[in-house]
Design a protein around this ligand. Structure first.
Ligand SMILES: Cc1cc2nc3c(=O)[nH]c(=O)nc-3n(C[C@H](O)[C@H](O)[C@H](O)COP(=O)(O)O)c2cc1C
Ligand code: SF4
Ligand code: SF4
Length: 223
């Protein structure tokens, strides 16, 4: 995302991102708009927590607009890490019921077999995308800015929050400062080793980290 031009050429190319308010994160939309992807098979996988709503047709439509023809679009229901909406402890405790590994296996098998499942989007989809994704979704996410975050005195100024932020929205010097181009991913909140960052409207102070991804992998990907 830090490059002006993105060119990807491979046999198979996949985009994997979370559902944010019924669509893809703003950063992924920008990626699609500026990426040139040459591949025999292109897949798009969303992770989500409760309802993916119109996210699938949204991906097909956004990719089409960017001149990218998707072959396969699917979703994987996981722990919901949307802190204002969910008790994260409850999400972690009930994750087993979602059969996350089983869903991943199915998606992997489909991709290995180059399954095609993308059909055109109809008027019903277009209305859903406009109302739920583009209008309600973007309005919901717009509110997050520097003033949304509180850093308490547990902070040890380790700088991890700045390193995991995909948007370069945090600086750590004498104190932790947030700018106004937040992507609302909550990586800073979930990865702070002291649980020092809080949202004014979070449902609880419990945080979630995916056990299969190391902190180093996230930081390296950001660099
Ligand atoms: C800002 C925000 C908005 C979200 N909106 C939705 C949503 O509309 N529907 C849903 O099912 N999950 C939603 N979620 C939950 C995430 O999609 C889910 O937790 C996802 O697996 C997170 O992936 P990540 O760990 O790669 O960030 C949202 C999460 C965030 C942070
Ligand atoms: S990750 Fe937490 S402890 Fe480290 S600088 Fe950021 S807020 Fe402070
Ligand atoms: S939620 Fe935190 S890590 Fe994510 S973009 Fe905003 S400031 Fe950066």
């Amino acid at each position: 995302m830090k490059k002006d031009k993105i060119e990807v050429t491979d046999e198979t190319v996949g985009i994997i991102c979370p559902v944010y308010a019924g669509e893809m994160p703003r950063m992924v939309r920008s990626f699609l708009a500026k990426a040139s992807i040459q591949a025999n098979y292109i897949f798009f996988i969303y992770t989500y927590g409760m309802s993916s709503s119109v996210a699938k047709p949204n991906a097909i439509s956004a990719a089409e607009k960017a001149g990218i023809k998707l072959d396969y679009v699917n979703t994987i229901k996981m722990v919901d890490n949307y802190l204002p909406g969910f008790e994260v402890k409850n999400q972690i405790d009930t994750a087993v019921q979602k059969n996350i590994e089983g869903q991943i296996e199915t998606v992997c098998r489909d991709i290995e077999q180059h399954k095609q499942n993308v059909h055109g989007i109809n008027l019903f989809h277009k209305a859903g995308i406009a109302i739920i994704g583009n209008t309600m979704g973007r309005a919901l996410l717009k509110g997050n800015n520097a003033k949304s975050y509180i850093v308490n005195d547990q902070c040890i100024k380790c700088g991890i929050c700045a390193k995991v932020c995909p948007a370069n929205n945090i600086t750590v010097k004498d104190k932790v400062c947030f700018s106004d181009h937040c992507e609302v991913c909550y990586a800073c909140l979930h990865h702070c080793p002291k649980n020092a960052i809080h949202l004014k409207n979070e449902r609880s102070s419990v945080r979630f980290r995916n056990e299969h991804i190391t902190l180093k992998e996230i930081i390296d990907a950001n660099q």
